[in-house]
Design a protein around this ligand. Structure first.
Ligand code: GUN
Length: 294
């Protein structure tokens, strides 16, 4: 029988912990942590994410500011907003919601955010610091996965972890974090991707699989060994006539066939997803307390 990793419950517990820490911070005379988000244009998914982040901030007692810019904003005007927030001592963390419209250079925008306020952990300085094991803001999804592994006591030391996917946001940082000399960590890590030959032969050797390739139901039961721990990062929306909203969320793991063979498994939805926003809150708290950059 497997343990279902409940990201919804765990994230609610962490939100409570953060709320307590914010109260303590305020009692000691500090202002509340303050997260700013820049939202360009009116992309539906981005609007939803930013609204969820605002709500989460409110729930834990953070201040939050959303700066809305028009779809056709000039790059220089966007960069000016970033610089203004960089220089505002009343704001601890800044995220620029991605993706940005075509005419804007995402990398340039990310690199304009001060690393000290880059609570998304996307700035090359934070990525580089993470790689060499210095204190850094770690991006929300990998940080959330590490937290689940830690809180559920999934053993990692000496274990073979197979990461499927090599994105900058999940696969790449995840592979580095799990190989670190740390707990959780000390894994032997294999990274698989779209060019990997005989991927199933590799995933069958895994003690832990992190599926982050973005293909609904990709990992099947015959691709894993008995006792595997499975973290499903996929969130593919497919149309469905069985739900009120008209769509259904699918992970990268075929839960029906994989779950019976696993020791631990995350559901979709309710696994990794709810953990990402609390990781962002945690980073903002760290930024407010100046714990990463002293
Ligand atoms: N778009 C999708 N995920 C993210 C995220 O974690 N941060 C930002 N800024 N944009 C996103």
């Amino acid at each position: 029988m497997y343990t279902l990793i409940d990201g919804k419950k765990t994230s609610a517990e962490i939100r409570e912990e953060i709320r307590g820490e914010v109260e303590a911070l305020k009692k000691s005379g500090h202002r509340a942590p303050h997260l700013a988000a820049i939202l360009v244009g009116h992309d539906g998914a981005s609007e939803t994410y930013v609204a969820a982040k605002e709500r989460a901030c409110r729930e834990v007692g953070f201040d939050s500011t959303v700066i809305r810019l028009e779809e056709d904003v000039r790059e220089e005007d966007l960069l000016d907003q970033v610089r203004r927030i960089n220089g505002d001592p009343a704001i601890d963390g800044l995220i620029v919601q991605l993706p940005l419209p075509e005419h804007l250079d995402e990398q340039k925008v990310i690199e304009t955010i001060l690393p000290e306020k880059d609570v998304d952990g996307f700035h090359p300085v934070n990525v580089g610091r993470m790689v060499i094991g210095l204190p850094a803001f770690i991006s929300a999804t990998p940080a959330g996965i590490l937290e689940l592994i830690k809180r559920y006591g999934i053993p990692t030391e000496g274990r073979h972890c197979v990461v499927i996917g090599r994105s900058n946001i999940v696969g790449k940082p995840m592979s580095i974090l799990l190989a670190r000399k740390a707990d959780p960590g000390n894994c032997t890590v294999t990274v698989c991707h779209s060019r990997t030959r005989d991927l199933a032969a590799i995933t069958r050797q895994a003690d832990i699989v992190i599926a982050a390739l973005g293909k609904a139901g990709f990992l099947k039961g015959d691709m894993v060994k008995e006792g595997v721990a499975v973290i499903d990062v996929g969130i593919t929306r497919l149309p469905s006539d069985k739900t009120k909203s008209g769509w259904k969320l699918y992970g990268d793991v075929d839960f029906e066939t994989v779950a019976p063979k696993s020791s631990y498994i995350t559901p979709v939805p309710g696994g990794v997803g709810p953990m990402t926003i609390v990781s962002l809150l945690k980073n903002t708290l760290l930024a407010a307390r100046k714990e990463i950059y002293r």
